[in-house]
Design a protein around this ligand. Structure first.
Ligand code: 3PY
Ligand code: MG
Length: 251
Protein backbone atom coordinates (compact mmCIF):
# COMPACT_ATOMS: atom_id res chain seq x y z
CA UNK A 1 0.00 0.00 0.00
CA UNK A 2 1.25 3.47 -0.82
CA UNK A 3 1.61 6.07 1.87
CA UNK A 4 -0.70 8.91 0.83
CA UNK A 5 1.28 11.34 2.96
CA UNK A 6 4.32 10.91 0.73
CA UNK A 7 2.22 11.71 -2.33
CA UNK A 8 0.70 14.74 -0.60
CA UNK A 9 4.12 16.12 0.36
CA UNK A 10 5.30 15.65 -3.23
CA UNK A 11 2.17 17.43 -4.52
CA UNK A 12 2.55 20.17 -1.86
CA UNK A 13 -0.91 19.47 -0.46
CA UNK A 14 -1.43 20.45 3.19
CA UNK A 15 -1.70 17.48 5.54
CA UNK A 16 -4.11 17.64 8.48
CA UNK A 17 -3.07 15.30 11.25
CA UNK A 18 -5.20 14.34 14.26
CA UNK A 19 -3.50 13.65 17.58
CA UNK A 20 -5.03 11.06 19.89
CA UNK A 21 -4.25 10.67 23.56
CA UNK A 22 -7.50 9.00 24.62
CA UNK A 23 -7.28 5.18 24.53
CA UNK A 24 -10.23 4.30 22.31
CA UNK A 25 -10.72 2.45 19.03
CA UNK A 26 -14.13 4.11 18.73
CA UNK A 27 -12.55 7.57 18.93
CA UNK A 28 -9.82 6.62 16.44
CA UNK A 29 -12.43 5.37 13.98
CA UNK A 30 -14.54 8.51 14.38
CA UNK A 31 -11.53 10.81 14.01
CA UNK A 32 -10.46 8.93 10.89
CA UNK A 33 -13.78 9.75 9.23
CA UNK A 34 -13.57 13.51 9.88
CA UNK A 35 -11.34 14.38 6.92
CA UNK A 36 -7.93 14.19 8.57
CA UNK A 37 -5.24 12.80 6.27
CA UNK A 38 -3.39 11.12 9.12
CA UNK A 39 -4.03 10.16 12.70
CA UNK A 40 -1.22 9.99 15.26
CA UNK A 41 -1.65 7.71 18.26
CA UNK A 42 0.42 9.25 21.05
CA UNK A 43 2.17 6.63 23.16
CA UNK A 44 4.48 9.19 24.78
CA UNK A 45 2.08 11.54 26.55
CA UNK A 46 -1.22 9.86 25.67
CA UNK A 47 -2.97 7.48 28.08
CA UNK A 48 -2.43 4.66 25.60
CA UNK A 49 -0.64 1.33 25.92
CA UNK A 50 0.44 -1.02 23.14
CA UNK A 51 -2.65 -3.25 23.08
CA UNK A 52 -5.05 -0.33 22.86
CA UNK A 53 -2.83 1.21 20.19
CA UNK A 54 -3.34 -1.99 18.15
CA UNK A 55 -7.13 -1.63 18.44
CA UNK A 56 -6.82 2.02 17.41
CA UNK A 57 -4.67 1.10 14.39
CA UNK A 58 -7.33 -1.44 13.39
CA UNK A 59 -10.00 1.24 13.71
CA UNK A 60 -8.00 3.71 11.60
CA UNK A 61 -7.67 1.01 8.91
CA UNK A 62 -11.43 1.31 8.41
CA UNK A 63 -11.00 4.99 7.45
CA UNK A 64 -9.12 6.91 4.74
CA UNK A 65 -6.55 8.31 7.23
CA UNK A 66 -2.93 7.15 7.32
CA UNK A 67 -2.04 5.63 10.72
CA UNK A 68 0.94 7.16 12.52
CA UNK A 69 2.21 6.64 16.05
CA UNK A 70 4.28 8.78 18.36
CA UNK A 71 6.63 6.28 19.97
CA UNK A 72 7.16 6.52 23.71
CA UNK A 73 10.88 7.18 23.15
CA UNK A 74 13.78 6.25 20.87
CA UNK A 75 13.41 2.56 21.71
CA UNK A 76 13.95 0.39 18.61
CA UNK A 77 12.06 -2.59 20.12
CA UNK A 78 8.97 -0.46 20.87
CA UNK A 79 9.19 1.23 17.45
CA UNK A 80 9.46 -2.09 15.59
CA UNK A 81 6.51 -3.50 17.52
CA UNK A 82 4.36 -0.49 16.59
CA UNK A 83 5.35 -0.90 12.93
CA UNK A 84 4.45 -4.59 13.14
CA UNK A 85 1.09 -3.46 14.51
CA UNK A 86 0.47 -1.50 11.30
CA UNK A 87 1.78 2.03 11.87
CA UNK A 88 2.77 3.62 8.55
CA UNK A 89 4.94 6.28 10.17
CA UNK A 90 6.72 6.85 13.46
CA UNK A 91 7.01 10.24 15.10
CA UNK A 92 9.86 9.91 17.61
CA UNK A 93 10.33 12.34 20.51
CA UNK A 94 13.58 14.04 21.48
CA UNK A 95 15.84 13.39 18.50
CA UNK A 96 18.81 15.70 19.06
CA UNK A 97 21.75 14.22 17.15
CA UNK A 98 22.61 12.61 13.84
CA UNK A 99 23.24 9.29 15.61
CA UNK A 100 19.77 9.35 17.17
CA UNK A 101 18.16 10.18 13.81
CA UNK A 102 20.08 7.29 12.24
CA UNK A 103 18.91 4.95 15.00
CA UNK A 104 15.30 5.98 14.37
CA UNK A 105 15.59 5.40 10.62
CA UNK A 106 17.31 2.04 11.20
CA UNK A 107 14.43 0.90 13.44
CA UNK A 108 11.97 1.76 10.66
CA UNK A 109 13.82 0.06 7.74
CA UNK A 110 14.54 -3.55 6.91
CA UNK A 111 18.13 -4.43 5.92
CA UNK A 112 20.06 -3.34 3.97
CA UNK A 113 18.67 0.15 4.68
CA UNK A 114 18.26 -0.42 8.40
CA UNK A 115 18.01 -2.97 11.18
CA UNK A 116 14.29 -3.65 11.49
CA UNK A 117 13.57 -7.21 12.51
CA UNK A 118 11.24 -9.27 10.32
CA UNK A 119 7.77 -10.12 11.63
CA UNK A 120 5.33 -7.72 9.99
CA UNK A 121 2.25 -9.28 11.61
CA UNK A 122 -0.59 -6.75 11.34
CA UNK A 123 1.55 -4.44 9.21
CA UNK A 124 0.99 -6.88 6.39
CA UNK A 125 -2.77 -6.87 6.92
CA UNK A 126 -2.73 -3.08 6.57
CA UNK A 127 -0.03 -2.74 3.94
CA UNK A 128 -1.03 -5.70 1.80
CA UNK A 129 0.85 -8.65 0.26
CA UNK A 130 3.64 -6.40 -1.05
CA UNK A 131 4.31 -5.08 2.46
CA UNK A 132 7.91 -6.25 2.59
CA UNK A 133 8.76 -4.68 -0.77
CA UNK A 134 6.95 -1.44 0.03
CA UNK A 135 7.77 -0.92 3.72
CA UNK A 136 11.18 0.75 3.44
CA UNK A 137 9.84 3.12 0.81
CA UNK A 138 6.44 3.92 2.30
CA UNK A 139 6.94 4.06 6.06
CA UNK A 140 7.89 7.49 7.36
CA UNK A 141 10.54 8.02 10.03
CA UNK A 142 9.76 11.40 11.60
CA UNK A 143 12.18 12.73 14.22
CA UNK A 144 10.79 15.33 16.61
CA UNK A 145 12.85 18.49 16.81
CA UNK A 146 12.24 19.76 20.31
CA UNK A 147 15.57 20.45 22.00
CA UNK A 148 18.21 23.15 21.70
CA UNK A 149 20.71 20.42 20.84
CA UNK A 150 18.54 19.33 17.89
CA UNK A 151 18.51 22.93 16.65
CA UNK A 152 22.33 23.03 16.88
CA UNK A 153 22.54 19.76 14.96
CA UNK A 154 19.72 20.48 12.54
CA UNK A 155 21.81 20.21 9.34
CA UNK A 156 23.16 16.83 10.45
CA UNK A 157 19.69 15.53 11.32
CA UNK A 158 18.17 16.79 8.06
CA UNK A 159 20.89 15.12 6.03
CA UNK A 160 20.31 11.61 7.41
CA UNK A 161 19.03 9.42 4.55
CA UNK A 162 15.51 8.28 5.39
CA UNK A 163 14.57 11.40 7.33
CA UNK A 164 11.84 12.56 4.98
CA UNK A 165 9.96 14.67 7.49
CA UNK A 166 10.67 16.35 10.81
CA UNK A 167 8.05 17.29 13.40
CA UNK A 168 8.50 20.23 15.75
CA UNK A 169 7.38 19.94 19.37
CA UNK A 170 6.99 23.60 20.33
CA UNK A 171 6.42 22.99 24.04
CA UNK A 172 9.51 20.94 24.79
CA UNK A 173 11.48 23.21 22.49
CA UNK A 174 10.34 26.22 24.56
CA UNK A 175 11.32 24.47 27.80
CA UNK A 176 14.76 23.63 26.52
CA UNK A 177 15.25 27.21 25.33
CA UNK A 178 14.44 28.46 28.83
CA UNK A 179 10.93 29.64 27.99
CA UNK A 180 7.50 28.38 29.05
CA UNK A 181 5.24 26.02 27.07
CA UNK A 182 3.15 28.24 24.81
CA UNK A 183 6.03 30.67 24.06
CA UNK A 184 5.48 29.93 20.34
CA UNK A 185 2.21 31.90 20.55
CA UNK A 186 4.02 35.23 20.95
CA UNK A 187 7.28 36.77 19.82
CA UNK A 188 9.91 34.73 21.59
CA UNK A 189 13.12 32.83 21.08
CA UNK A 190 10.94 29.76 20.52
CA UNK A 191 9.02 31.45 17.66
CA UNK A 192 12.21 32.63 16.00
CA UNK A 193 13.76 29.19 16.40
CA UNK A 194 10.72 27.50 14.84
CA UNK A 195 11.02 29.82 11.82
CA UNK A 196 14.73 28.94 11.51
CA UNK A 197 14.04 25.19 11.66
CA UNK A 198 11.35 25.55 8.97
CA UNK A 199 13.78 27.47 6.79
CA UNK A 200 16.55 24.93 7.16
CA UNK A 201 14.24 21.99 6.48
CA UNK A 202 12.78 23.60 3.38
CA UNK A 203 16.27 24.29 1.99
CA UNK A 204 17.17 20.65 2.69
CA UNK A 205 13.93 19.54 0.98
CA UNK A 206 12.76 17.70 4.06
CA UNK A 207 9.04 17.93 4.84
CA UNK A 208 7.95 19.67 8.01
CA UNK A 209 5.22 19.07 10.54
CA UNK A 210 4.35 20.87 13.75
CA UNK A 211 2.06 20.50 16.73
CA UNK A 212 -0.38 23.43 17.00
CA UNK A 213 -2.60 24.40 19.90
CA UNK A 214 -5.65 24.77 17.65
CA UNK A 215 -6.94 25.24 14.10
CA UNK A 216 -6.20 28.98 14.02
CA UNK A 217 -2.53 28.38 14.65
CA UNK A 218 -2.58 25.41 12.25
CA UNK A 219 -3.85 27.70 9.47
CA UNK A 220 -1.00 30.13 10.19
CA UNK A 221 1.58 27.34 10.16
CA UNK A 222 0.32 26.09 6.79
CA UNK A 223 0.60 29.63 5.43
CA UNK A 224 4.19 29.75 6.71
CA UNK A 225 4.94 26.66 4.64
CA UNK A 226 4.61 23.67 6.97
CA UNK A 227 3.53 20.50 5.18
CA UNK A 228 1.71 18.84 8.08
CA UNK A 229 -0.15 20.42 10.98
CA UNK A 230 -1.82 18.99 14.06
CA UNK A 231 -4.69 21.28 15.09
CA UNK A 232 -4.78 20.46 18.82
CA UNK A 233 -5.16 17.12 20.54
CA UNK A 234 -8.29 15.11 21.19
CA UNK A 235 -8.50 15.75 24.92
CA UNK A 236 -8.00 19.50 24.62
CA UNK A 237 -10.55 19.82 21.81
CA UNK A 238 -13.09 17.71 23.68
CA UNK A 239 -12.67 19.62 26.93
CA UNK A 240 -13.11 23.01 25.26
CA UNK A 241 -16.18 21.71 23.40
CA UNK A 242 -17.65 20.53 26.72
CA UNK A 243 -16.82 23.85 28.35
CA UNK A 244 -18.54 25.70 25.52
CA UNK A 245 -21.72 23.69 26.00
CA UNK A 246 -21.68 24.47 29.73
CA UNK A 247 -21.28 28.16 28.97
CA UNK A 248 -24.15 28.04 26.46
CA UNK A 249 -26.35 26.22 28.95
CA UNK A 250 -25.80 28.93 31.55
CA UNK A 251 -25.96 31.98 29.27
C1 3PY B 1 5.81 19.35 22.26
O1 3PY B 1 5.26 20.43 22.00
O2 3PY B 1 6.82 19.22 22.96
C2 3PY B 1 5.22 18.15 21.73
O3 3PY B 1 5.77 17.09 21.90
C3 3PY B 1 3.94 18.31 20.97
O4 3PY B 1 3.25 17.15 20.91
MG1 MG C 1 7.37 17.14 23.21
Amino acid sequence: RQNKLREMVAAKKPILNAWLSIPSGYLAEGAGHQGFHSITIDLQHGMIGFETAVAMLQAISATPATPLVRAPSLDPAAIMQLLDAGAYGVVCPMISTRAQAEELVAACRYPPDGARSFGPARGKLYGGPDYFDAANREILAIPMIETAEAVENISDILSVPGVDMIYIGPNDLALDLGEAPGAELRESTTSTTIAQILDRARSAKVATGIFCSDGDLARRRLAEGFDLVTPGNDFGVLMSALQREIEKSLS
